[in-house]
Design a protein around this ligand. Structure first.
Ligand SMILES: O=C(O)CCC(=O)C1=CC=C[C@@H](O)[C@@H]1C(=O)O
Ligand SMILES: [Mg+2]
Length: 376
């Protein structure tokens, strides 16, 4: 940093708490969600620029230990005061500033994302350019939840394959796995197919999971415990299908350890899970150096989080389609304009500064259930 550089100007931070109804219910081991509560972080520099970030924490701690309420506490009582007390010259400094606060990656990522967006806008760069991404379009896939019947599942796959999504991701769990995938492969022998187990299995299921090797799957995502890399290394040695880690990878160090142990052959990078864009980029670079392909996972984001995912996916080693489907798959009306649109399985990367999408202020207002304003 040259001493003539000025710190990133920040005047006001607004925590917008939103509740948006999901177009289709999202079923997980914790139950079925029909709406999403989350925070949008807005940082205004007082000179006409606003940067936006989105927290991806759910309202219950089923995916990881964070929730909307823990996010509110950690952002208000620790992270925002830290940000106010220090000059930041580049967004890469934010994760270092937040290091004394243990974990709480999604809370950190929401604020760091707003700083990255504001910085890019102040520099008149797209967020993709600010991150070093070069792609002008990105390939995307779609994640399909567990359906009531196999017939329903086949219909949903047919619909989305016809829309041109470059990869289909199916959820599996004991009792809904090998037989279901066998029935899917009959009418769809050649589609790019992967499964996400969300930690539903243990090593005792090794022989059962080996049966998935017959289906030419791109990967099995997170078959074992959400915080494990040792058992995954044993499983990866025993099966052909590449294991992709999601929940197990909370940081660059987790990724380095998983690679060294051979716990996976692919990593799903989620900005919120790893603490922000800077850490996501570090993990991307580590995986590229070790020939471990990466892709960008989804957390049912609204448009701000979706825009951040698009910008990150422009980095060259994001070689597999991610879970960044279009806005209309999730929301009646998104909080950005234009909405994210997928055409033939591709998204055109916006060329406006920052996240590249405008905030739809009337939609933001419509979904806002609470708001907190902080002045630097
Ligand atoms: O955002 C999307 O469309 C993908 C959502 C999705 O597949 C997931 C979100 C959160 C937890 C999981 O259920 C799953 C995942 O692990 O990737
Ligand atoms: Mg996953």
């Amino acid at each position: 940093m040259t001493n003539t550089e000025q710190p990133i100007k920040m005047e006001k931070l607004i925590l917008h708490q939103l509740r948006m109804a999901l177009k289709s219910p999202f079923s997980t081991s914790f139950g079925t969600f029909r709406e999403k509560d989350f925070f949008i972080v807005e940082i205004d520099d007082g000179e006409g620029n606003q940067g936006f970030g989105e927290s991806v924490a759910f309202s219950s701690p089923w995916y990881n230990e964070e929730t909307v309420k823990t996010n509110e506490h950690i952002m208000k009582d620790f992270l925002i005061p830290l940000l106010f007390e220090h000059d930041i010259y580049h967004p890469d400094e934010v994760i270092q500033l937040f290091a004394p606060i243990r974990r709480n990656q999604m809370a950190k990522a929401a604020i760091e994302g707003a700083v990255w967006d504001l910085y890019a806008k102040q520099k008149e760069l797209t967020l993709a350019e600010a991150l070093g991404g070069k792609k002008t379009t990105i390939d995307v896939g779609i994640s399909i939840g567990i359906q009531p019947t196999v017939e329903d599942l086949l219909e949903v796959i047919e619909k989305h394959a016809a829309e041109g999504y470059k990869r289909i991701k199916l959820k599996i769990k004991p009792g809904w796995d090998v037989d279901v995938i066998r029935q899917v492969r009959k009418p769809f022998p050649d589609i790019s197919l992967m499964v996400d187990a969300n930690s539903a299995y243990t090593l005792k299921d090794l022989d059962h999971l080996k049966q998935l090797d017959e289906f030419n799957l791109m990967m099995i995502e997170q078959p074992l415990a959400h915080d494990d890399i040792i058992q995954h290394a044993k499983l990866q040695k025993a099966i052909q299908t590449p294991i992709c880690l999601d929940e197990s990878i909370h940081s660059y160090d987790d990724a380095r350890n998983a690679i060294e142990l051979g716990s996976c052959k692919i990593i799903n990078i989620k900005i919120g899970r790893v603490g922000g864009l800077t850490e996501s980029k570090r993990i991307h670079d580590l995986c590229r150096a070790n020939d471990i392909p990466v892709w960008c996972g989804g957390m049912l984001e609204a448009g701000v989080g979706r825009a951040h995912n698009i910008a990150l996916t422009t980095l060259d080693h994001f070689v597999f389609p991610g879970d960044t489907a279009g806005s209309s798959r999730y929301w009646e009306e998104d909080i950005i304009h234009p909405e994210v649109v997928v055409k033939n399985g591709e998204i055109r990367v916006p060329d406006k500064p920052g996240i590249g999408y405008d905030i739809n202020r009337s939609a933001l207002g419509k979904y806002t259930v609470d708001q907190h304003v902080f002045y630097f």
